[in-house]
Design a protein. Structure first.
Length: 254
């Protein structure tokens, strides 16, 4: 399935709460055995801050004697403002944007990481590529507190929220997940109401996780697929929202 193509815009009131891209590769024992000093040199101009954290993976369905946990270190390299974090582990590299602005900026920072990875370690191919866009719609912040969800979100995505016979104040949470086949890969879309404990508001989440589990040989092929997924994500988000919400987000030409 392909969502209808729409023109690219940049929203003044950006609904993206988080964008994460991860590229997995066969485990590199070289990354496991020593701190990635050369990798740090290669990315330090844009990512000067570094932290390390431990992760433990347990095998499920394996006999207790053979189920030794696998411990690995994840190195997080952050920009000065911490808007972006580049993470390196022995089997993946990832970029997380906590304040996403545009695709060009995001990809340029990811490219610094992948080029440094390839020049520092022997990475034969990527075994999985994924990019996730998490949109959070807060009606109160948009001045739409009194506007029904059915006027802001496509009714078919609202479940019981789209039923006028159901008192919406009684719905604490609502959600759905749909996995859609794409020309290359798939997208898992999670959408629904999320209750914000901090503000007490009910927000609508559109969480689109695009992924491909085929082998990808080089960075050029990965770039092409990520760019395609970026376009799909734009089309999918626009398909979910109605015109009043689109206008309230403040679309501007890129």
């Amino acid at each position: 399935m392909n969502f209808p193509d729409v023109d690219r815009v940049i929203y003044e009131r950006n609904p993206l709460a988080e964008v994460v891209c991860q590229l997995r590769f066969p485990r590199s024992f070289e990354i496991d055995k020593s701190v990635p000093a050369d990798f740090q040199k290669g990315v330090s101009e844009k990512f000067p801050l570094i932290e390390a954290r431990e992760t433990t993976t347990f095998s499920v369905g394996v006999a207790a004697d053979d189920a030794a946990p696998v411990r690995r270190t994840i190195y997080d390299f952050a920009t000065k403002d911490r808007d972006y974090t580049l993470s390196l582990c022995s089997n993946f590299i990832a970029l997380r944007a906590a304040n996403y602005r545009c695709w060009e900026e995001f990809y340029s920072l990811l490219e610094i990481g992948t080029k440094t990875l390839r020049s520092t370690y022997a990475i034969p191919f990527y075994s999985r590529l994924g990019i996730r866009y998490v949109n959070l719609i807060n009606r109160e912040e948009l001045g739409l507190a009194d506007t029904p969800w059915v006027e802001l979100i496509r009714p078919s995505a609202l479940g019981l929220l789209g039923d006028h016979d159901v008192p919406h104040g009684s719905i604490a949470e609502q959600g759905a997940m749909t996995v859609i086949k794409l020309e290359t890969g798939r997208v898992a879309i999670r959408n629904g109401i999320n209750f914000d404990d901090r503000t007490g508001n009910k927000n609508f989440v559109i969480d689109s996780d695009f992924f491909c589990e085929d082998q990808i040989e080089g960075d050029e092929d990965a770039c092409k697929l990520l760019s395609r997924y970026n376009g799909y994500a734009r089309n999918a988000f626009r398909w979910f929202i109605e015109e009043p919400l689109h206008g309230a987000l403040g679309p501007t030409a890129p």
